[in-house]
Design a protein around this ligand. Structure first.
Ligand code: DX5
Ligand code: ZN
Length: 218
């Protein structure tokens, strides 16, 4: 690929000033929105109204990470709100193929997310349908956790699976990514890097987005 893509997670933004923070990082390639339902994850975050508000206040494509049980019941709201990418957890989806096809038929890019303990091999029968695979490098729920080292091996396995099938979905990594490890994460196979605390905890979030991209491309 030409360049890695940086997807700042608004979980770590100043939620009382979300519009301001979105403008501050409009040099990002995607905006990562963590939808948590208080069931699949303990934490509870953003509804489709927040996705619609983000859509109105920035032009960067929205990368909506659905950490919810029964995603089929609510994904349409997020598509209507203006999501560009929707990723659903393997662990939460019973009819994964149907869900992915539905998202794509509605004009959105679709991806599957794997929790840290879920192996790459579960993607064997769906990989050819996917626009994106999101590999969790922390357990979902909170920002600011540390990157799980075994994710590197998983990324290499995923790259192997994609090569075996002759496909190249975007490979996204989420959790604990920073300027310290981004080069290694990209080298292991990532195309899209989510960064929450690394971006919004920086003195200059906008410059941090550019720095992460530059380090990832090296
Ligand atoms: C965790 C979320 C992440 C989180 C990442 O459940 O899916 O997107 O915001 O935050 P950092 O980059 O701080 O680990
Ligand atoms: Zn996320």
């Amino acid at each position: 690929r030409d360049s890695v893509l940086i997807s700042p997670s608004i979980l770590s933004a100043d939620l009382a000033n979300l519009g301001r923070d979105l403008k501050m990082i409009d040099n990002a390639d995607l905006i990562h929105i963590d939808v948590m339902d208080g069931h699949f994850t303990q934490n509870l975050t953003f509804g489709s109204g927040v996705v619609a508000a983000a859509k109105r206040s920035c032009d960067v494509p929205l990368d909506v990470h659905m950490m919810v049980t029964n995603p089929d019941e609510t994904i349409d709201w997020y598509i209507d709100a203006g999501a560009d990418y929707i990723t659903v957890h393997y662990e939460a989806s019973v009819h994964l193929h149907r869900t992915i096809k539905h998202i794509q038929e509605r004009g959105c890019k679709a991806g599957v997310v794997l929790n840290p303990a879920t192996p790459v091999c579960v993607l064997e029968s769906i990989i050819e349908e996917l626009d994106m695979v999101l590999v969790m490098s922390v357990n979902p729920g909170f920002g600011g956790q540390s990157y799980i080292e075994s994710t590197y091996a998983k990324l290499r396995q995923l790259r192997g699976l994609c090569e075996a099938h002759g496909v190249s979905p975007l490979i996204e990594v989420d959790g604990g990514v920073s300027s310290k490890n981004i080069k290694q994460v990209v080298r292991a196979g990532a195309d899209v890097l989510v960064a929450g605390s690394a971006v919004f905890g920086a003195d200059d979030p906008r410059a941090e987005v550019d720095l992460l991209r530059e380090l990832g491309n090296r």
